[in-house]
Design a protein around this ligand. Structure first.
Ligand code: SF4
Ligand code: ZN
Length: 173
């Protein structure tokens, strides 16, 4: 969910939330998470610890994973009498780091929202919308000097866009 990467509609939902609530939600998600965590869909984390070797398989194994904030599922663990597994390589993100990361996310997401709005404005001015989709382009609203190429889907008016500058903006709605 960052400027310069692909976006989807969940990002748009997130950036239209109340600013304080949005900050608090994000801080809660980031603070306490191990900085080596890359998602439980992977076999091992960024420093090579195999998740299942840590938690074992079977009932409650996901609840034992120590990689996310200890508050996550804390109540459920308490109800079931399950404890977090110990990991010698754990390195939790501090509150100060989470606050800083959230500040950066919010700055980039607000910037991204303005880029999306500019692209939609350009499309509307050219008559591209639901029922009349098509392709067009405009100077990239980030002022990177590149060209933002976009398509508007006729079926729902959703936009796919990508800037010609590498690592600038791209998103799908
Ligand atoms: S807690 Fe351990 S297994 Fe989980 S991400 Fe951190 S280092 Fe890897
Ligand atoms: Zn650009």
């Amino acid at each position: 969910m960052q400027f310069g990467r692909s976006w989807d509609s969940s990002c748009v939902k997130m950036i239209t939330m109340d600013i304080t609530k949005r900050e608090q939600n994000l801080i809660r998600q980031i603070e306490g998470r191990c900085r080596h965590f890359n998602g439980a869909q992977n076999k091992c984390c960024k420093v090579g610890v195999v998740y299942l070797e840590l938690t074992g398989e079977g009932f409650g194994s996901g609840l034992k994973l120590p990689c996310t904030s200890p508050d996550t599922f804390a109540k459920r663990r308490e109800e079931l009498g399950i404890k977090l597994s110990e990991c010698s390589k754990i390195d939790r993100i501090t509150h100060e780091e989470a606050v800083q990361e959230v500040k950066e996310i919010i700055i980039s997401s607000d910037r991204m929202m303005k880029v999306c709005a500019a692209a939609h404005g350009d499309a509307i001015s050219k008559g591209l919308k639901e029922g009349n989709g098509g392709r067009s382009s405009m100077p990239c609203p980030t002022e990177c000097g590149g060209t933002l190429h976009y398509t508007v889907a006729s079926c729902n008016g959703h936009m796919h866009a990508q800037c010609s500058t590498q690592n600038c903006v791209s998103w799908m709605e």
